[in-house]
Design a protein around this ligand. Structure first.
Ligand SMILES: Nc1nc2c(ncn2[C@@H]2O[C@H](COP(=O)(O)OP(=O)(O)OP(=O)(O)O)[C@@H](O)[C@H]2O)c(=O)[nH]1
Ligand SMILES: [Mg+2]
Length: 230
């Protein structure tokens, strides 16, 4: 997060991370379309608008080669900008992911929900944990998308809670970080069948704002108002 000294604009960096092909580029594409049209999503007003075009660097196959990047501006706080990145999920881009992670304020972990990819998703989560060096949840809010829920044979929220527990990214009710457990959204990134694409973004943006405003960059440990606008 950077605050520009000249114009006071806060730049917030949000990152979509997940295995190759899980849908990160499709998600940012759909988010861009939603915020461009400004039509309400499941009754929820859209609080951000895109600035400029999405920057996508991809191979012919559609796989991301370096990263995708979009800029969004908050409609209610004109001094807040969101820089949204997706990483390239293929194994060979691991060093690049490390660099793209630098300065990230909030992460959405994108799961390919098809059961045969279960282990690959866990590998990707372990890499993220490694790169984040203990800061996930404590300093960097984490949201999970179980993407491709329109397909057959997919995992669901309960399955992924167990994964988070195994990876020590899930706190029990007696822990002070309990309220910052990742929300796990079941999603579809395809525009025609879109589900929870705006909702998951907006929850991450909201949590990032709360960490910044009420926790001085860390997860605040006391109850705070839930209707912080993004
Ligand atoms: N059925 C279905 N297909 C999806 C969904 N999201 C993405 N896809 C498809 O999955 C394929 C890969 O999607 P991408 O968005 O390129 O995946 P990515 O995570 O950006 O992949 P990398 O850039 O290689 O890391 C594409 O053919 C998408 O159309 C979804 O929710 N449902
Ligand atoms: Mg991609």
């Amino acid at each position: 997060m950077k605050i520009n000294k000249n114009d006071g604009i806060t730049e917030i960096k949000l990152l979509y991370w997940g295995m190759a092909g899980s849908g990160k580029t499709t998600i940012i594409d759909t988010l861009y379309k939603i915020t461009k049209s400004q039509k309400k999503e499941m009754g929820q007003l859209i609080s951000i608008e895109p600035k400029g075009e999405l920057k996508k660097i991809g191979a012919k196959s559609g796989a991301t080669l370096y990263f995708d990047r979009g800029f969004f501006q908050s409609k209610f706080h004109k001094t807040v900008n969101y820089h949204v990145f997706t990483v390239a999920g293929q194994n060979s881009f691991s060093p690049l992911r490390l660099r793209i992670f630098e300065g990230t304020d909030g992460v959405i972990f994108v799961v390919d929900s098809q059961t045969h990819f279960f282990e690959d998703n866990i590998e990707s989560l372990k890499e993220l944990k490694n790169v984040a060096r203990g800061k996930l949840i404590t300093e960097i809010p984490l949201i999970v998308m179980l993407n491709k829920q329109d397909l057959e044979n997919v995992i669901h929220v309960e399955d992924f809670i167990q994964v988070l527990k195994n990876e020590k990214l899930w706190n029990e009710p007696n822990d002070e970080l309990y309220m910052w457990n990742p929300i796990i959204y079941e999603t579809c990134a395809l525009f025609d069948k879109k589900k929870n694409i705006y909702q998951s973004f907006s929850e991450l943006a909201r949590r990032t704002q709360i960490y910044k405003t009420y926790g001085k960059g860390k997860a605040p440990l006391k109850e705070i108002m839930s209707d912080v606008p993004i």
